[in-house]
Design a protein around this ligand. Structure first.
Ligand code: 4AD
Ligand code: MG
Length: 431
């Protein structure tokens, strides 16, 4: 059994063409001797009219009895009809049930959010989730294409690690044959090793954070697009971030135009056209204090602060030069003012907040050792990472972009979990 036609192809067929479609019964309505089936496949939904007398009798009976989400095969004639959802209808003359639903399909209008999440394996069939997943796939594809065109080489890094990248508080511990290992928060350190041969690298793989924060923007497992580049300083990497974000938004506005429209979103490339505003942490602090936020120098920005701050902007914007104590040890201190570091977070406007974190790394051996100690960490735990600074170390910079954060912003999703096939949050590892 193979598919000759997909719904999207049939929508293009000439009136009168005879076609066969395979899909699932999304909904059904009966008007006397006429049954309408909304047939769903990966490419769309098509109205199938099963009329007694036109369809053979056994097909009509099957149409009458078939349960929602059963898999069926229909053969019929293409008819233009402005009343049909896509302007095209299939007049069925034969219907075959390939696999009957054993029970009533449980996903119905009015079921609660918890039910939908507990039944995510079935909720995935909804047009909305399907559309989001198509946009997600396209986003990754566009990003990969842009990176390749710009000379970045894809590398794949390990997930099991032995020491924190982004601080010990959010590490997932695993038993590694009696030894302690962790799930990585970022593959940055491995990419830093790779730049000495490949110079410009990227990875697209999951990162893990044992973050108990129950916000709309935190997952415990997320897909991380990370980039690392030799001979790049803070300004160079900000330029890469801007261009990549623009390429993604511009690409999606064209290539996913239909899907975006189906979600009721209009994404114009202008919303992400470089250059982006750049403010320092100290300026961001001023804005927050003027807004009445109780925050002082040295405090990190959380979801609330970023929401307030990002409402002041209409385009993505960079916040740079954070106090060094708010950032991980590997960030390069600003030589002109070592109390801050040469980092850059990119925040999405309109209340969304951080979607990219990155900056320049310490490439000096002694400075790195000093910063590891200053953070109360054990230099021995970072032996191989420090070792990279012994042999031809060069200035380098990089960043990480959260795929789900980017979708959360672009699609204006109520919660980041809607950007995942099967979201992982502190309270959810099933299904
Ligand atoms: O700012 P973060 O922690 O930076 C790093 O991990 C760097 N080592 C990356 C690098 O420079 N190579 O994380 C980077 C991005 C964030 O801006 C955010 O988009 C996403 O990863 N992110 C999360 N997304 C969903 N849920 C979480 N709990 C996330 N934590 C970070
Ligand atoms: Mg960050």
């Amino acid at each position: 059994m193979y598919k000759t036609f997909y719904i999207k192809d049939v929508l293009q067929c000439r009136e009168g063409s005879e076609v066969e479609l395979i899909g699932w019964v999304r909904s059904k309505r009966r008007h006397g001797k006429l049954i309408f089936i909304d047939l769903r496949d990966s490419t769309g939904v098509m109205q199938v009219a099963v009329k007694q007398g036109i369809a053979d009798e056994s097909s009509f009976v099957k149409a009458l009895e078939v349960g929602l989400e059963s898999a069926i095969k229909v053969r019929g004639v293409v008819k233009r009809d402005p009343r049909a959802p896509e302007g095209v209808e299939l007049h069925c003359n034969r219907l075959e049930i390939l696999s009957e639903s054993l029970d009533d399909f449980p996903i119905r209008k009015g079921v609660g959010l918890k039910f939908l999440l507990d039944n995510r394996h079935l909720h995935l069939r909804s047009p909305k989730v399907t559309t989001i997943m198509k946009i997600r796939a396209n986003l990754m594809d566009i990003a990969r294409r842009w990176l390749k065109e710009n000379g970045f080489i894809e590398v794949n890094c390990p997930t099991f690690i032995t020491a924190a990248v982004e601080g010990g508080a959010t590490l997932f511990k695993v038993d590694y044959f009696g030894r302690v290992a962790y799930l990585t928060q970022s593959v940055q350190f491995y990419q830093e090793a790779a730049i000495y041969s490949l110079e410009k690298v990227y990875s697209l793989q999951p990162s893990f954070r044992a973050e108990l924060s129950r916000t709309r923007r935190h997952l415990t497992e997320f897909w991380h697009l990370e980039v690392e580049m030799a001979y790049a300083e803070l300004n160079d990497i900000m330029k890469v971030i801007e261009e990549l974000i623009y390429a993604i938004v511009n690409g999606l506005s064209r290539e996913s135009e239909k899907e975006l429209r189906d979600l009721g979103r209009v994404v114009k490339p202008e919303i992400a056209e470089p250059p982006y505003p750049k403010i320092r942490y100290s300026e961001a602090l001023d804005i927050l204090q003027q807004k009445g936020v109780n925050i002082s120098w040295g405090d990190d920005f959380g979801a609330d602060e970023e929401r307030i701050l990002s409402k002041e902007f209409e385009k993505p914007f960079f916040v740079t030069h954070y106090p060094r104590e708010t950032k991980a040890f590997y960030h390069m201190p600003d030589p002109g003012n070592p109390s801050v570091c040469l980092n850059a977070d990119l925040l999405a406007p309109g209340g969304y907040g951080e979607i990219v974190g990155g900056g320049q790394r310490i490439h000096d051996y002694n400075l790195l050792v000093e910063r590891i100690k200053e953070n109360g960490l054990n230099v021995e735990d970072y032996k191989w990472y420090v070792d990279l600074r012994r042999y031809g170390s060069v200035p380098h910079s990089g960043f990480g972009l959260g795929i789900e954060r980017m979708l959360w912003w672009l699609l204006q999703l109520p919660h980041i979990r809607s950007a995942c096939l099967f979201p992982r949050t502190p309270t959810r590892v099933y299904p």
